[in-house]
Ligand binder design. Sequence first.
Ligand code: PEP
Ligand code: MG
Length: 762
Amino acid sequence: MITSLKRIVQEVSKIPVLEEALKHLTSSIKGAIGVDSCSVYLANYEKQHFMLMATDGLDSGAVGKVAIGFSEGLIGLIGQREEPLNILDAQSHPRYKHYPEVKEEKYHAFLGTPIIHQRKVLGVLTLQQKKKRRFSEDEEAFLVTLSTQIALEIVHAETRGFLSFVDDNNRDKWQRKISGVPGSAGLGMGIGFVPHFKVSLASHVAKRSANKELEIARYREAVNITRSQVEELSNRVEGQVPSDVQAIFQIYSHLLDANSLGHEVEGRIKDGWDAASSLKYIIENYIQQFRNMSDPYMQERAVDIEDLSNRILANILGTDSPDQRPLDVNQNAILVAEEVTAPMLAEFSTMKLCGIISVRGSSNSHAAILARAMGLPAVMGLSDAPLSLLDGKKLLVDGYSGEVIVSPSESVRQEFNILVTEEQELSDRILEKAHLPSVTQDDYTVSLFINAGLSAEMENTNFTHGEGVGLYRTEVPFMLRERFPSEQEQMTLYREMLESDPHKPITMRTLDVGGDKPLPYFPISEENPFLGWRGVRLTLDHPEIFLVQIRAMLRANIGLGNLQIMLPMVTSVSEVNESKRLIKQAYHEVSEEISDTGKILEMPKIGVMLEVPAVIYQIPQLAKKVDFFSVGSNDLTQYLLAVDRNNARVSGLYDSYHPAVLAALLSIVEQANEHNVPITVCGELAGEPGGIILLLAMGYSKFSMNSHNLLKIKWVVRSVTVKQSKLLLDSVLSCDDPWEVREQVNQYLESIGLGGLVRAGI
Ligand code: PEP
Ligand code: MG
């Protein structure tokens, strides 16, 4: 049976139109099990009914016509109970309801199972037989297994708009909401613009060529042209985007300069293939290798390689890069692509861009980073939404909720317009108060720092509003290279960072690789990377890496003195002892090296991240060893709740508002205060309006966040009192579940006029 099951699912998934796929499904199941009838009903939540969508056995004229109410008949009962129903004689069941149109009078035995995806009943799958009999356990198990797999196909079809609730004539007029993930907060409205590449590696058909010299010359010429095009695009956005985004263009240049790529392509040309086909062959192999990597950051690089190669291909073939259709530059546009890339954004920077939709990608991808830096709302990961559905259509992008509305009705558009205007008013008001101190209404002073590195946008304006850098994630420069950066390279980088504001403290975290951040040149293969060789665990096992980094930091700090060093993923006191020993060793080495220069080497403050739950119970011991603490609420949440922070399947369970996380945060700050150790929160929670209120109430007063959130958080701080916040905290600490906490926090934000910070509108 397992083979028929696999075959059925595979066949069904290949049929693009849902109705046809379901028709095929019912016939295949009927044949595989040998029953008299198989049917599928799909739920329509708007109309509160199940619609017969396909059948092999009932009257085909009833398809798309017979609707069974959610609380009606056996189909409704299966939906309500969310479990299979196996009965000898359907017609004698008390919930049986007769629908004459389906013509099922001849059937008695009945087996139905709900089709469920992420706790939502999408439909019901039924088998019927003339004979009175109970279906076997095997048959029941087969149907249940099949329905779990079919659920995904239905979800995909729903996203693609292939549901027949909308009749063909109305498809274009139909307003459709598609959900993705928020990539960059904000609201945007415009016409969907999908840039089309005239050529692409994927569709290029391989050809042979005997003229090797000519093909090599064509390839080299194309690479040169592409190099200058990339340079021009990079110059176009220079100064408008943060340095880590500008670095994407450097990756392109590195790839273009890579000798190995050129050798491989030219090797293939020498084997008798033309330049374009050789490029296709080599690059497709590379792309596959990158896509197969477990690290999301490295997977993202496949997009860059593909984009760049399409550009080279266009130059080999002598066509334009993206097909620049005539654009109305005054029209508000939403850039839509399978994968939005940084050069693509640079290319269309002359358009009136109001938002970005990237069908693939996550809030971690470069497109999202760039969108945030450019202040453009973005929605990512609209899996399976076909580009044709969005191209040329009016689109509304809600970067708060991660939703896109296609072809919105006039009334929805008007409502959205009001929200956009309100949003602008709100950010103007926030900006007006940017220079004011971050003090609560009851005179409680709060210090706000920024997080820099991984995805933090070093926007100068916000940097000046912060009191320094609370977390500099040093792993990025390590990830962008093909080998460990040398001490000198690191020193230059850190110096630049420390000099960016020599009067403000800059907290540099030692290398936190491992987990979801492996280095391409230092592969780690582990069953559970988040529970494995990460952060200080890894660097203590490799003192040569740790010492070089510390020496670079200490040397960068000479004459400045604003460096603080922070250790990630600390689990035990011995790790702090060992790290401090190595830091002292590096300090003595560098001191000796500069002894005849007359310069003085300062010993920086040393702190630890509190992000592994074990340290909640070791604060008194740690307090004796370090100068400061910083709470990593992202990992603390992940480890306390045992929820992988990157796993989309359990993302609903990852919530820093979980009462257990709040209790841990409270205990941490109480203990830190008792032992007089300064403490900061540097996880994402500190950058959330609700989060900061709860943290303030607990007794935290230093926060470090994405620079993008800093002014918004200052606005929140200036709008609340610690006294009121404490009342809210008392109330949420007694909640059972995170959603209750969120509800109360959001209600509170609404009550003090800050609701506009967590949803569209003011
Ligand atoms: C954290 O875990 O909260 C944190 C700030 O570190 P990262 O997100 O880099 O793991
Ligand atoms: Mg962390």
